[in-house]
Design a protein around this ligand. Structure first.
Ligand code: TXA
Ligand code: MG
Length: 508
């Protein structure tokens, strides 16, 4: 079948296109259309055969019921019975909008549409194209998300085309959707009403209207034997090709942990991806980093989530690490979808960060022109299990001098270079926290502790590695003494690497 793709402008809806699409639906065909949540795959909700086609096009199990979309509240009376009075209040407050209500179904709704259930899911979308289409189709349009079963819901017409081209009659391309996550589903057949799927309309928003609202406990992602109440929520839904893991903690810890996890994965030869935010993405240096939106407005994150997950399927990555979001407002829905995509794989950021005794290593010498920069360059070339920022600094640096020429010569003969280094003075701001300061000799260590106090993070390199040999100061001596210095440093740096790696033993 050839799928007709028609652009349609929300602000200036072409009636001919709507009528054409409406006719297709009336005749039992399938039309994908935009809603404010995600794109839907429309069919006539009162036609059993059209429901069968819907399942076939999506490759979706037929026990997974469809949502019936209406365009006016009165339409409810034909498809639902024993409607609780709260429904009127909810409809008044939240319809049209991203709220689906589960009600007892009438005989008019075929079991094909409800997946064999005696209840029916109903929603009135707010998107103007969606509403005009529903009207043109006769008022009752079933619409699951317009993706192939197992892929993220489509938030742009292009996603629908990727999944359903050649399988459906028409796609109405109304541009990108507004919300980006599927509607909230509220079961009105139980007391108190129960959220079966979190979405943009939250419990906090509904409670003033209907009183206490409960939440399907299986959604909380904790281990439970029970099946979710909305049949569709039991499916893994969407599993990215790469292994997706959610890193949980405060934002700072998450960034540090993800940096380390990526570093460790890349070291093992894996390709990594990161789901980051506007506030954090510049802190990541490894892998394919996607900025999913700003933490200041989580709606932006909801809107981009599915597109980012789709993009990652086109990237050759083995693992994806995602930051996590607060379980507040739309954050509940974001985390629900992310956790499903991750198959509930979570990593505690704190447990990763806890293993990082130091994050930065500074080699301190007098002038930062010889032994310090040599040691720093050597350590950078070691196979460290943890990512460290490695620098050298001088205690007496008057101007940014280049390194000593003989030191550079012996480094060059060992296939290393310090050509880009110029001397930098140690500053007090650098003395803080998770920094390890390693001096070249005892005298420098004493001076440092006298000047800055002893925080237990200042050692001579010899002392920290538990070695006996002093590091000769070759300054003013012939080239061979520089060579001896390089050899001694090289041994100590290997020892240092072993010691640093022992901190992350068995870790990430
Ligand atoms: O935002 C949305 O709701 C989108 C747009 C297109 O409107 N539609 C959507 O449909 O997400 P779908 O089919 O992808 O998801 C419908 C969910 C499934 O999890 C299904 O199991 C649940 O609604 N559902 C439908 N009828 C139900 C019923 N009678 N009882 C319990 N759950 C039901
Ligand atoms: Mg869906």
């Amino acid at each position: 079948m050839e799928t007709i793709i028609k652009k349609i402008d929300k602000m200036n809806i072409d009636q001919k296109t709507i009528q054409e699409a409406g006719e297709i639906l009336k005749k039992g065909g399938l039309v994908a259309f935009p809603t404010e949540t995600v794109y839907g795959l429309g069919a006539n909700a009162l036609d059993e055969e059209a429901a069968r086609k819907t399942y076939a096009a999506k490759g979706r199990p037929s026990d997974n019921p469809l949502i019936v979309h209406i365009c006016e509240v009165d339409a409810l009376n034909r498809i639902a019975v024993n409607i609780p009075e709260e429904v009127g209040r909810l409809a008044e407050k939240f319809w049209p909008g991203p709220l689906t209500l589960i009600l007892e179904k009438s005989d008019e709704v075929p079991y094909g549409t409800t997946g064999g259930l005696d209840t029916v899911a109903v929603r009135m979308p707010s998107d103007s194209i969606a509403r005009e289409l529903i009207r043109a189709a006769g008022g009752y349009v079933s619409a699951p998300s317009a993706n192939t079963s197992g892929r993220p819901s489509p938030t742009a017409a292009e996603h629908v085309r990727e999944d359903l081209d050649g399988k459906i009659e028409m796609i109405l391309d109304g541009g990108s959707v507004d919300i980006g996550l599927e509607s909230t589903i509220l079961d009105m057949t139980v007391t108190p009403p129960m959220i079966l799927r979190p979405g943009a309309i939250t419990a906090d928003m509904m409670e003033p209207v209907v009183g206490h609202v409960s939440i399907d406990e299986t959604l909380l992602g904790r281990e439970t034997d029970k099946a979710p109440k909305a049949p569709g929520m039991k499916y893994r839904h969407y599993a990215p090709k790469a292994k997706l893991m959610i890193v949980e903690g405060n934002v700072k810890e998450e960034v540090l942990a993800i940096r380390q996890l990526c570093y460790a994965a890349v070291r093992e030869g894996k390709r990594v991806g990161v789901i980051a935010t506007n506030e954090t993405y510049s802190y990541y240096t490894n892998g394919v980093v996607k900025n999913i939106g700003t933490r200041e407005n989580e709606k932006t994150i909801a809107r981009n989530l599915y597109a980012v997950l789709r993009e990652f399927d086109d990237e050759e990555v083995d693992e994806i690490y995602s930051e996590s979001f607060a379980l507040q407002g739309i954050g509940n829905a974001i985390m629900n979808r992310l956790e499903k995509a991750a198959g509930h794989l979570r990593i505690s950021a704190a447990s990763v960060v806890k293993q990082q005794k130091y994050r930065r290593i500074i080699f301190v010498s007098m002038t930062d022109t010889c032994r310090g920069p040599m040691a720093a360059e050597m350590l950078r070339r070691e196979d460290l299990h943890q990512e460290y920022v490695i620098d050298s600094r001088g205690m007496v640096v008057l101007f940014p001098e280049p390194v000593n020429q003989k030191a550079e010569a012996v480094m060059k003969s060992a296939q290393m270079t310090m050509a880009s280094h110029t001397a930098v003075a140690l500053s007090e701001a650098e003395m803080e926290g998770d920094i390890l300061l390693l001096t070249m000799d005892e005298e420098q260590k004493i001076k440092l502790t006298e000047q800055y106090g002893d925080n237990g993070n200042i050692y001579t390199l010899k002392e920290f590695t538990g070695e006996e040999t002093d590091i000769p100061n070759p300054y003013g001596k012939p080239l061979n003494v520089y060579g001896e210095c390089l050899e001694t440093l090289s041994k100590l740096i290997h020892k240092l690497t072993e010691k640093l790696n022992s901190f992350t033993e068995g870790g990430a």
